[in-house]
Design a protein around this ligand. Structure first.
Ligand code: SAM
Ligand code: SF4
Length: 335
Protein backbone atom coordinates (compact mmCIF):
# COMPACT_ATOMS: atom_id res chain seq x y z
CA UNK A 1 0.00 0.00 0.00
CA UNK A 2 1.37 3.44 -0.91
CA UNK A 3 1.69 5.94 1.92
CA UNK A 4 1.69 9.61 0.97
CA UNK A 5 3.67 12.38 2.63
CA UNK A 6 0.77 13.08 5.02
CA UNK A 7 0.67 9.48 6.24
CA UNK A 8 -2.47 8.51 4.34
CA UNK A 9 -2.68 4.98 2.94
CA UNK A 10 -3.39 5.27 -0.79
CA UNK A 11 -4.64 2.04 -2.37
CA UNK A 12 -7.53 3.15 -4.57
CA UNK A 13 -7.07 4.16 -8.20
CA UNK A 14 -9.80 5.80 -10.26
CA UNK A 15 -9.15 5.46 -13.97
CA UNK A 16 -10.93 7.46 -16.63
CA UNK A 17 -11.03 5.26 -19.73
CA UNK A 18 -12.44 7.89 -22.07
CA UNK A 19 -13.37 11.57 -22.01
CA UNK A 20 -16.29 10.94 -24.38
CA UNK A 21 -19.87 10.46 -23.32
CA UNK A 22 -23.29 9.63 -24.68
CA UNK A 23 -24.86 12.36 -22.48
CA UNK A 24 -23.96 16.01 -21.88
CA UNK A 25 -24.82 16.79 -18.27
CA UNK A 26 -25.05 20.54 -17.81
CA UNK A 27 -22.52 20.69 -14.96
CA UNK A 28 -20.04 18.28 -16.51
CA UNK A 29 -19.59 18.68 -20.24
CA UNK A 30 -20.23 21.33 -22.91
CA UNK A 31 -22.97 20.56 -25.41
CA UNK A 32 -20.51 20.06 -28.27
CA UNK A 33 -18.59 17.46 -26.24
CA UNK A 34 -14.82 17.33 -25.88
CA UNK A 35 -12.42 18.48 -28.59
CA UNK A 36 -11.29 15.73 -30.95
CA UNK A 37 -7.89 14.31 -30.04
CA UNK A 38 -5.66 11.99 -32.07
CA UNK A 39 -6.16 8.34 -31.21
CA UNK A 40 -2.76 7.98 -29.57
CA UNK A 41 -3.46 10.84 -27.14
CA UNK A 42 -5.45 8.30 -25.12
CA UNK A 43 -3.98 5.34 -23.32
CA UNK A 44 -4.73 2.04 -25.02
CA UNK A 45 -6.51 -0.62 -23.00
CA UNK A 46 -3.25 -2.59 -22.92
CA UNK A 47 -1.43 0.43 -21.49
CA UNK A 48 -4.09 0.90 -18.83
CA UNK A 49 -3.86 -2.78 -17.85
CA UNK A 50 -0.07 -2.59 -17.73
CA UNK A 51 -0.22 0.45 -15.47
CA UNK A 52 -2.70 -1.30 -13.18
CA UNK A 53 -0.29 -4.25 -12.88
CA UNK A 54 2.49 -1.87 -11.80
CA UNK A 55 0.18 0.02 -9.44
CA UNK A 56 -0.97 -3.29 -7.91
CA UNK A 57 2.65 -4.20 -7.32
CA UNK A 58 2.99 -0.85 -5.52
CA UNK A 59 0.08 -1.65 -3.23
CA UNK A 60 -3.04 -0.45 -5.06
CA UNK A 61 -5.81 -3.03 -4.63
CA UNK A 62 -9.04 -1.28 -5.66
CA UNK A 63 -9.80 0.07 -9.12
CA UNK A 64 -12.74 2.13 -10.33
CA UNK A 65 -13.30 2.67 -14.04
CA UNK A 66 -14.96 5.92 -14.95
CA UNK A 67 -14.98 8.54 -17.73
CA UNK A 68 -16.62 10.32 -19.62
CA UNK A 69 -18.90 7.36 -19.96
CA UNK A 70 -16.76 4.24 -19.52
CA UNK A 71 -19.22 2.03 -21.41
CA UNK A 72 -18.72 3.95 -24.67
CA UNK A 73 -15.11 2.72 -24.75
CA UNK A 74 -14.81 -0.24 -27.12
CA UNK A 75 -13.77 -3.58 -25.63
CA UNK A 76 -14.07 -2.37 -22.06
CA UNK A 77 -15.06 -5.86 -20.94
CA UNK A 78 -11.59 -7.07 -21.95
CA UNK A 79 -10.01 -4.42 -19.75
CA UNK A 80 -12.22 -5.39 -16.80
CA UNK A 81 -11.16 -9.02 -17.25
CA UNK A 82 -7.46 -8.13 -17.42
CA UNK A 83 -7.61 -5.87 -14.39
CA UNK A 84 -9.66 -8.20 -12.24
CA UNK A 85 -7.18 -11.02 -12.91
CA UNK A 86 -4.20 -8.85 -11.99
CA UNK A 87 -2.47 -10.18 -8.87
CA UNK A 88 -3.05 -7.78 -5.99
CA UNK A 89 -6.26 -6.28 -7.38
CA UNK A 90 -9.08 -7.21 -5.02
CA UNK A 91 -12.06 -5.30 -6.37
CA UNK A 92 -12.97 -3.60 -9.65
CA UNK A 93 -15.89 -1.17 -9.76
CA UNK A 94 -17.36 1.25 -12.27
CA UNK A 95 -19.14 4.60 -12.26
CA UNK A 96 -21.55 4.87 -15.19
CA UNK A 97 -24.61 6.76 -16.32
CA UNK A 98 -26.24 3.34 -16.74
CA UNK A 99 -27.52 3.84 -20.29
CA UNK A 100 -25.44 1.02 -21.78
CA UNK A 101 -25.65 -1.35 -18.82
CA UNK A 102 -28.44 -3.48 -20.34
CA UNK A 103 -26.09 -4.25 -23.23
CA UNK A 104 -22.93 -4.96 -21.23
CA UNK A 105 -23.79 -5.76 -17.60
CA UNK A 106 -23.78 -9.53 -17.88
CA UNK A 107 -20.42 -9.66 -19.68
CA UNK A 108 -18.95 -7.14 -17.22
CA UNK A 109 -20.11 -9.22 -14.26
CA UNK A 110 -18.59 -12.36 -15.77
CA UNK A 111 -15.37 -10.48 -16.49
CA UNK A 112 -15.00 -9.65 -12.79
CA UNK A 113 -16.69 -6.29 -12.23
CA UNK A 114 -18.23 -6.44 -8.76
CA UNK A 115 -20.00 -3.16 -8.21
CA UNK A 116 -21.49 -0.24 -10.09
CA UNK A 117 -22.39 3.30 -9.17
CA UNK A 118 -25.07 4.69 -11.46
CA UNK A 119 -25.40 8.45 -11.78
CA UNK A 120 -28.91 9.86 -11.77
CA UNK A 121 -29.74 13.36 -10.55
CA UNK A 122 -33.50 13.38 -10.87
CA UNK A 123 -36.38 10.95 -11.19
CA UNK A 124 -38.40 13.31 -13.35
CA UNK A 125 -38.18 12.47 -17.10
CA UNK A 126 -38.36 16.09 -18.30
CA UNK A 127 -35.81 17.28 -15.75
CA UNK A 128 -33.53 14.38 -16.67
CA UNK A 129 -33.70 15.34 -20.36
CA UNK A 130 -32.89 18.93 -19.36
CA UNK A 131 -29.93 18.07 -17.12
CA UNK A 132 -28.39 15.55 -19.54
CA UNK A 133 -29.39 17.67 -22.57
CA UNK A 134 -31.00 14.69 -24.35
CA UNK A 135 -31.05 11.58 -22.16
CA UNK A 136 -34.11 9.33 -21.78
CA UNK A 137 -34.59 8.41 -18.11
CA UNK A 138 -36.23 5.08 -19.00
CA UNK A 139 -32.82 3.88 -20.24
CA UNK A 140 -31.27 4.54 -16.84
CA UNK A 141 -34.12 2.80 -15.02
CA UNK A 142 -33.54 -0.25 -17.25
CA UNK A 143 -29.83 0.03 -16.46
CA UNK A 144 -30.56 0.01 -12.71
CA UNK A 145 -32.87 -3.03 -13.04
CA UNK A 146 -30.19 -4.85 -15.05
CA UNK A 147 -27.48 -4.02 -12.50
CA UNK A 148 -29.59 -5.54 -9.72
CA UNK A 149 -30.59 -8.54 -11.81
CA UNK A 150 -27.05 -9.55 -12.78
CA UNK A 151 -25.98 -9.34 -9.15
CA UNK A 152 -23.76 -6.31 -8.81
CA UNK A 153 -23.48 -5.64 -5.10
CA UNK A 154 -23.81 -2.99 -3.93
CA UNK A 155 -25.63 -0.94 -6.57
CA UNK A 156 -25.36 2.73 -5.70
CA UNK A 157 -27.22 5.66 -7.21
CA UNK A 158 -25.18 8.87 -7.26
CA UNK A 159 -27.18 12.10 -7.36
CA UNK A 160 -25.35 15.41 -7.62
CA UNK A 161 -27.39 18.00 -5.75
CA UNK A 162 -27.71 21.45 -7.32
CA UNK A 163 -29.92 23.96 -5.49
CA UNK A 164 -31.20 25.74 -8.59
CA UNK A 165 -32.30 22.48 -10.18
CA UNK A 166 -34.90 21.97 -7.44
CA UNK A 167 -34.62 18.17 -7.29
CA UNK A 168 -37.06 15.89 -5.51
CA UNK A 169 -34.81 14.45 -2.78
CA UNK A 170 -37.50 12.43 -1.07
CA UNK A 171 -38.23 10.54 -4.29
CA UNK A 172 -34.59 9.37 -4.22
CA UNK A 173 -34.76 8.37 -0.60
CA UNK A 174 -37.86 6.29 -1.38
CA UNK A 175 -35.83 4.34 -3.95
CA UNK A 176 -33.97 2.79 -1.03
CA UNK A 177 -37.15 1.52 0.63
CA UNK A 178 -38.12 -1.52 -1.39
CA UNK A 179 -34.95 -2.52 -3.24
CA UNK A 180 -31.29 -2.83 -2.15
CA UNK A 181 -30.37 0.49 -3.74
CA UNK A 182 -27.91 2.77 -2.00
CA UNK A 183 -28.69 6.37 -2.87
CA UNK A 184 -25.88 8.88 -2.34
CA UNK A 185 -26.27 12.63 -2.51
CA UNK A 186 -23.13 14.39 -3.73
CA UNK A 187 -22.38 18.03 -3.13
CA UNK A 188 -22.02 19.97 -6.37
CA UNK A 189 -18.30 20.70 -6.80
CA UNK A 190 -16.39 23.51 -8.52
CA UNK A 191 -14.54 21.40 -11.07
CA UNK A 192 -13.96 22.37 -14.70
CA UNK A 193 -15.09 25.77 -15.90
CA UNK A 194 -16.66 26.98 -12.70
CA UNK A 195 -17.35 30.44 -14.09
CA UNK A 196 -20.51 29.42 -15.88
CA UNK A 197 -19.57 30.25 -19.46
CA UNK A 198 -20.85 26.84 -20.47
CA UNK A 199 -23.48 24.47 -19.18
CA UNK A 200 -24.67 25.11 -15.66
CA UNK A 201 -21.53 26.72 -14.23
CA UNK A 202 -20.67 26.35 -10.57
CA UNK A 203 -21.92 28.89 -8.10
CA UNK A 204 -21.28 28.57 -4.36
CA UNK A 205 -24.95 29.10 -3.56
CA UNK A 206 -25.82 26.11 -5.74
CA UNK A 207 -23.99 23.70 -3.44
CA UNK A 208 -26.37 22.53 -0.70
CA UNK A 209 -24.30 21.57 2.35
CA UNK A 210 -25.19 18.02 3.35
CA UNK A 211 -26.26 19.08 6.87
CA UNK A 212 -28.92 21.30 5.31
CA UNK A 213 -29.92 18.55 2.90
CA UNK A 214 -30.35 16.01 5.71
CA UNK A 215 -32.61 18.47 7.58
CA UNK A 216 -34.68 19.06 4.44
CA UNK A 217 -35.04 15.33 3.77
CA UNK A 218 -36.03 14.65 7.37
CA UNK A 219 -38.71 17.35 7.25
CA UNK A 220 -40.14 15.95 4.02
CA UNK A 221 -39.89 12.33 5.21
CA UNK A 222 -41.74 13.22 8.41
CA UNK A 223 -44.48 15.01 6.47
CA UNK A 224 -44.82 11.91 4.27
CA UNK A 225 -45.07 9.60 7.31
CA UNK A 226 -41.71 7.93 6.60
CA UNK A 227 -40.00 8.76 9.89
CA UNK A 228 -36.47 10.10 9.78
CA UNK A 229 -33.03 9.07 8.57
CA UNK A 230 -31.27 6.86 11.10
CA UNK A 231 -27.44 7.09 11.12
CA UNK A 232 -25.71 3.79 10.33
CA UNK A 233 -22.62 2.43 12.00
CA UNK A 234 -19.70 1.13 9.96
CA UNK A 235 -20.86 -2.48 10.04
CA UNK A 236 -24.23 -1.58 8.51
CA UNK A 237 -22.86 0.56 5.66
CA UNK A 238 -22.72 -0.78 2.10
CA UNK A 239 -19.22 -1.60 0.92
CA UNK A 240 -17.50 1.58 -0.15
CA UNK A 241 -14.07 3.05 -0.61
CA UNK A 242 -15.02 6.65 0.02
CA UNK A 243 -16.03 8.82 2.91
CA UNK A 244 -19.83 8.89 2.59
CA UNK A 245 -21.91 9.16 5.77
CA UNK A 246 -24.76 6.65 5.66
CA UNK A 247 -28.31 6.65 6.99
CA UNK A 248 -31.39 4.50 6.53
CA UNK A 249 -35.13 4.81 6.81
CA UNK A 250 -36.62 2.28 9.18
CA UNK A 251 -37.31 -1.01 7.39
CA UNK A 252 -35.58 0.07 4.18
CA UNK A 253 -33.63 -2.45 2.08
CA UNK A 254 -31.14 0.14 0.90
CA UNK A 255 -29.39 3.12 2.45
CA UNK A 256 -28.97 6.85 1.94
CA UNK A 257 -25.47 8.33 1.86
CA UNK A 258 -24.07 11.85 1.80
CA UNK A 259 -20.76 12.88 0.27
CA UNK A 260 -19.63 16.26 1.55
CA UNK A 261 -16.53 17.10 -0.45
CA UNK A 262 -16.97 20.80 0.30
CA UNK A 263 -18.94 21.36 3.51
CA UNK A 264 -17.09 18.73 5.54
CA UNK A 265 -14.13 17.98 3.37
CA UNK A 266 -12.64 14.55 3.95
CA UNK A 267 -9.15 15.18 2.61
CA UNK A 268 -7.67 13.68 5.79
CA UNK A 269 -9.21 10.33 4.80
CA UNK A 270 -8.40 10.59 1.08
CA UNK A 271 -7.23 7.18 -0.15
CA UNK A 272 -7.02 7.66 -3.91
CA UNK A 273 -5.19 8.76 -7.02
CA UNK A 274 -6.94 9.53 -10.29
CA UNK A 275 -5.73 8.92 -13.81
CA UNK A 276 -7.17 10.70 -16.84
CA UNK A 277 -7.88 8.96 -20.14
CA UNK A 278 -4.74 10.66 -21.46
CA UNK A 279 -2.67 8.89 -18.85
CA UNK A 280 -2.08 11.80 -16.47
CA UNK A 281 -2.07 11.04 -12.74
CA UNK A 282 -3.84 13.60 -10.59
CA UNK A 283 -3.07 13.60 -6.87
CA UNK A 284 -6.11 15.83 -6.10
CA UNK A 285 -9.45 16.28 -7.87
CA UNK A 286 -9.35 20.02 -7.30
CA UNK A 287 -5.77 20.64 -8.47
CA UNK A 288 -4.48 20.68 -12.02
CA UNK A 289 -1.15 19.23 -10.97
CA UNK A 290 -0.62 16.11 -13.10
CA UNK A 291 2.08 13.48 -13.64
CA UNK A 292 2.74 11.92 -17.00
CA UNK A 293 2.15 8.18 -16.82
CA UNK A 294 1.57 7.93 -20.57
CA UNK A 295 5.06 9.21 -21.39
CA UNK A 296 6.57 6.87 -18.82
CA UNK A 297 4.61 3.87 -20.15
CA UNK A 298 5.64 4.65 -23.72
CA UNK A 299 9.31 4.94 -22.72
CA UNK A 300 9.10 1.20 -22.13
CA UNK A 301 10.80 1.58 -18.76
CA UNK A 302 8.65 0.26 -15.89
CA UNK A 303 10.99 1.84 -13.33
CA UNK A 304 10.11 5.22 -14.82
CA UNK A 305 6.41 4.39 -14.43
CA UNK A 306 7.02 3.54 -10.78
CA UNK A 307 8.95 6.77 -10.33
CA UNK A 308 6.04 8.82 -11.73
CA UNK A 309 3.60 6.96 -9.47
CA UNK A 310 5.76 7.68 -6.41
CA UNK A 311 6.12 11.32 -7.42
CA UNK A 312 2.33 11.68 -7.67
CA UNK A 313 1.92 10.03 -4.25
CA UNK A 314 4.53 12.23 -2.62
CA UNK A 315 2.91 15.36 -4.06
CA UNK A 316 -0.60 14.65 -2.83
CA UNK A 317 -1.67 17.81 -0.99
CA UNK A 318 -2.94 17.70 2.59
CA UNK A 319 -6.30 19.13 1.46
CA UNK A 320 -8.01 20.85 -1.48
CA UNK A 321 -8.03 24.29 0.21
CA UNK A 322 -11.40 25.09 -1.40
CA UNK A 323 -9.81 25.65 -4.77
CA UNK A 324 -12.40 26.64 -7.38
CA UNK A 325 -12.22 25.54 -11.01
CA UNK A 326 -9.83 23.26 -12.88
CA UNK A 327 -8.53 23.28 -16.43
CA UNK A 328 -9.92 19.83 -17.01
CA UNK A 329 -13.64 19.17 -17.01
CA UNK A 330 -15.13 16.61 -14.63
CA UNK A 331 -15.82 14.42 -17.67
CA UNK A 332 -12.07 14.35 -18.33
CA UNK A 333 -11.10 13.59 -14.74
CA UNK A 334 -13.78 11.02 -14.02
CA UNK A 335 -15.45 12.39 -10.88
N1 SAM B 1 -20.35 9.10 -17.01
C1 SAM B 1 -20.25 8.45 -15.77
C2 SAM B 1 -21.32 8.89 -14.82
O1 SAM B 1 -21.97 9.90 -15.08
O2 SAM B 1 -21.50 8.23 -13.81
C3 SAM B 1 -18.89 8.56 -15.10
C4 SAM B 1 -18.19 9.87 -15.16
S1 SAM B 1 -18.96 11.21 -14.30
C5 SAM B 1 -17.82 12.51 -14.56
C6 SAM B 1 -18.69 10.73 -12.61
C7 SAM B 1 -19.53 11.43 -11.59
O3 SAM B 1 -19.14 12.78 -11.48
C8 SAM B 1 -21.02 11.44 -11.89
O4 SAM B 1 -21.72 10.91 -10.77
C9 SAM B 1 -21.34 12.90 -12.05
O5 SAM B 1 -22.63 13.22 -11.66
C10 SAM B 1 -20.28 13.53 -11.16
N2 SAM B 1 -20.03 14.95 -11.42
C11 SAM B 1 -19.78 15.54 -12.59
N3 SAM B 1 -19.57 16.88 -12.41
C12 SAM B 1 -19.72 17.12 -11.08
C13 SAM B 1 -19.62 18.29 -10.25
N4 SAM B 1 -19.34 19.48 -10.77
N5 SAM B 1 -19.82 18.14 -8.93
C14 SAM B 1 -20.09 16.93 -8.39
N6 SAM B 1 -20.18 15.80 -9.11
C15 SAM B 1 -20.00 15.89 -10.43
FE1 SF4 C 1 -21.38 12.10 -19.17
FE2 SF4 C 1 -21.17 11.30 -16.64
FE3 SF4 C 1 -20.47 13.80 -17.33
FE4 SF4 C 1 -23.02 13.16 -17.41
S1 SF4 C 1 -21.72 13.19 -15.57
S2 SF4 C 1 -21.88 14.25 -19.04
S3 SF4 C 1 -22.97 11.07 -17.98
S4 SF4 C 1 -19.48 11.95 -17.98
Amino acid sequence: MGIDQHGRAIDYLRISVTDRCNLRCLYCMPEEGVAWKPHDAMLTLEEIAHFVAIAADEGFSRIRLTGGEPLVRLNLVDLVRDISQTPGIERVAMTTNGILLPKHAEALREAGLSRVNISLDTLDPAQFAHITRWGAIADVFTGIDTALNVGFDPVKINAVVVRSLNQDFLAFVKLSLTRPLHVRFIEYMPVGDSQGTDGLGWNATDTIPNEELIDTINERAKAAGLGKLIPLNNAAKPEGWGPAQYYQLEGAQGTVGFISALSRHFCGECNRLRMTAEGQLRPCLFSDLEFDVKGALRSGDDDEVRRVLHEALSTKPDEHHNQVGTTRLMSQIGG
